[in-house]
Ligand binder design. Structure first.
Ligand code: URA
Length: 433
């Protein structure tokens, strides 16, 4: 089977057979197919799409490209959540300890930043000494003892996705439905969870910009997971503005801690509660209403925050940082961005804002880039807010002063202020169940 013929078939709008998809994934993982041919196929898939059978085949080939994890040594029900990627989305840092505090195990594998979006593994490294590369035995031991651990994707789990993810990140092929679905579900099916809740983002900061496409992606991933025997559900949630107010690694960790302490932003709190409750619901812990009530009680009692501190300690960080966020290093430079006119914020181009955070050092431009953990921004105003001329819209943070001018321009370019307020937009737009 020649890779040339597979690329040509998809380029011309054909349907790839199961054998062709498997040959591509196995050959690329083994290093027998070069990046340029994989990139050409990714672009052909981007333009031509895949039908459900092809996407399922691609997902299963990604799953089978490496080790299939066996969590049978972890006692009890295991639940996970996965977001399709957004800006300011730090819900995993809140949801994982909350659910674990209620006795459902969370053995979580998370990613690093992709494109304009942040990644949980990068965020956790804001805790000095935090280890996201635990050996399997230690990972299992921590999940059994503490109830939760979050690690990076190991080299042996879905290695095809590891290579494809990095390739897509630099070839403008991230925002393709079959490629996203197979990337997320390939990894999730290689792990050994009982229940999976997907948070499918929609809007300008997500990879799927329209509601219609986001619902389609959610349905597709839920279906693939169900066929593989998992309990699945998905929320379709708004990413037309950053989630919460903090964007950037240590800033987001601090905001997640504030939320677990009961004083986080309303949108972040509401979504974290909804996702935690959905995980408990799938794990059989009562009706959705009961699960939501217990989640709120767990946060209010401080148990969820204490669980985060336990996890941080078990993974090599200092739990004192959870109880006192002044311990996190602060950026050397900051700049207040002022409103150029009075009016209402009608739109935040959230992908552009994600790129603004990246330009301050919060993300990577090339695979080897080192992240500035202190970089990012904190929003004082968000979509729908009234502002006066000269009022502070946001504070930018970075370790490199020379990055501030460009970031300020890009922040202002991404934020529209007009005379009339925008129509309100719900945070949770749908539920696939
Ligand atoms: N998250 C993933 O794991 N993969 C994608 O393709 C997009 C978001």
């Amino acid at each position: 089977m020649r890779m040339y013929d597979i690329i040509k078939k998809k380029r011309d709008g054909g349907c790839l057979s199961t054998e062709e998809i498997r040959a591509f994934v196995a050959g690329y993982t083994a290093g027998e197919i070069p990046d340029y041919q994989a990139a050409a196929l990714a672009m052909a898939i981007y333009f031509r799409g895949m039908d459900d059978r092809e996407t399922t085949d691609l997902t299963l080939a990604v799953r089978d490209s490496g080790e299939r994890l066996d969590f049978s040594k972890i006692a009890g029900i295991r639940a996970d959540k996965h977001s399709t990627g957004g800006v300011g989305d730090k819900t995993s840092l809140i949801v994982a300890p909350t659910v674990a505090a209620l006795g459902v195990k969370v053995a979580k594998m998370s990613g690093r930043g992709l494109g304009h979006t942040g990644g949980t593994v990068d965020k956790l490294e804001a805790f000095a000494g935090f280890r996201t590369d635990l050996p399997k035995e230690e990972f299992e031991e921590i999940v059994n003892r503490v109830g939760v651990a979050i690690v990076g994707q190991t080299a042996t789990l879905a290695p095809a996705d590891k290579k494809l993810y990095a390739l897509r990140d630099v070839t403008a092929t991230v925002d393709s439905m079959p490629l996203i679905a197979s990337s997320i579900m390939g990894k999730k099916l290689a792990a050994d969870d009982d229940c999976i809740v997907l948070d499918v983002k929609t809007g300008s900061g997500s990879f799927m910009k329209t509601e219609e496409k986001s619902f389609e992606l959610a349905r597709l991933m839920v279906e693939i997971g169900r066929r593989a025997g998992k309990k699945m559900s998905a929320l379709i949630t708004d990413m037309d503005a950053p989630l919460g107010r903090a964007v950037g690694n240590s800033l987001e960790v601090i905001e997640a801690i504030d939320t677990l302490a009961g004083h986080g932003p309303a949108d972040l709190t509401a979504l974290s509660v909804a996702l935690s409750a959905e995980m408990l619901y799938l794990a059989g812990r009562g009706s959705r209403e009961e699960c939501e009530r217990t989640v709120k009680e767990t946060i209010a009692s401080g148990a969820a925050l204490r669980k985060l501190a336990e996890m941080v300690e078990a993974q090599g960080g200092d739990p004192a940082w959870v109880m006192d966020t002044a311990q996190f290093p602060r950026a050397a430079y900051e700049r207040k961005v002022l409103a150029p006119r009075a009016g209402f914020i009608t739109r935040m181009d959230t992908e552009a804002l994600g790129l603004t955070a990246l330009s301050l050092g919060a993300g990577r431009n090339t695979m080897g880039d080192k992240i500035d953990l202190t970089a990012g921004f904190y929003l004082e105003k968000k979509t729908g807010d009234r502002v006066e001329t000269g009022e502070v819209l946001a504070t930018l943070y970075t370790s490199k002063e020379e990055l501030l001018d460009g970031a300020e321009r890009s922040f202002l370019g991404a934020t529209s202020i007009e005379d009339a307020p925008p129509a309100p937009r719900p945070l949770i737009l749908g539920h696939i169940d």
